[in-house]
Design a protein around this ligand. Sequence first.
Ligand SMILES: *Cc1c(COP(=O)(O)O)cnc(C)c1O
Length: 396
Amino acid sequence: MTDVTRKDLFDLPEGLIYLDGNSLGPLPKSVPARIAGMVETEWGGLLIKGWNAAGWMDQPRRVGDMVGLLIGAPYGSVVMGDTLSIKVYQAVAAALKMRPERKVILSDTGNFPSDLYMVEGLLRTLDAGYELRKVDPEEVSGAITEDVAAVLLTEVDYRTGRLHDMNAITKTAHDAGAVMIWDLAHSAGALPVDIAASKAEFAVGCTYKYINGGPGAPAFIYVRPDLADIAEPALSGWLGHAAPFDFAQNYAPGPGIERMRVGTPPVIQMTALEEAMKVWEGVDLHDLRKASLALQEQFIEEVEARVPELELASPRDPEARGSQVSFRFAEGYAAMQALIHLDVIGDFRAPDIMRFGFTPLYLDAGDVTEAVDRIAKVMQERLWDDPRFRSRGKVT
Ligand SMILES: *Cc1c(COP(=O)(O)O)cnc(C)c1O
């Protein structure tokens, strides 16, 4: 196994232990200069010519292929744009068109709320008797009945880190005639994904978590290549048109994955992401996975030995976890605030989950031990009982 740690490529504040790369990845050091250069020479110098001369128009595909390498997607099957919520909407809408005789979308109660909200909104708009059926994560396979048009699941549960068996569930969905959509928000850049091997029809994900593209970084959508010319785009914007610059009166979908584009891409943000992708050069995702699990195992062992107040909320079996570990604690919100005050950043998810992300690109065993030292301090000294840690910000 080769060492995947490359802390020197990231700009992390001195003394800070960042266990929240699963929510917002840190800044790769080369990004600020790339952005400044892009703004000055491309936007400033090239102006409108930048769309061709600086490759802005092709960037969503170019970066899509870079992200594709992290999720096992063949060349030309991924495109960037919009936010993950929008990409979920596009994938579900296209999936429903592929099974017009079926009326059920199946998801699980552990899914991220925005995915479920987007489906609710789509179904209200369609107003055609569709049902969003939610079951417990453990019940999904058994619930894929012959009335299910599409199965929408997030591979890694955002609260507990529980990992779905992507290949097995996809096969069950296909055996029942359903379309499979995977949300890879907590998978892409966190663990090896082979979306092509899974044979799923669609995958979506964001790039500001483990891919370190920065706040507001564009999302991605994958469409299985044999379906890319069949999938009907619900959001039929001009940049997904077959010939946007013909300015035709009527929409005609573009070739392949191009049709999943909607409008003008966020070029500055896309450039930050393109630059941030360079930290992945030479990283073997299987090595990354091994390193992530080693950090997680060390963390669980040390927390359980030294901080009995915390109760493991993630699966104990490492193979059943993504790249995060969560613990339950009734005063979890205030405890996390106190911990952040001690320069260990994790996050809190209601009602009582303290969540810690493990990102071997910039974390090592020494960081884990130091983090547990500070968690133990919060508990032993009951720092969470301080009123200043109890008032809630807008973002937890
Ligand atoms: C982070 C996350 C989102 C966020 O969606 P945005 O549109 O990017 O804000 C959606 N779904 C899942 C599963 C997530 O983990």
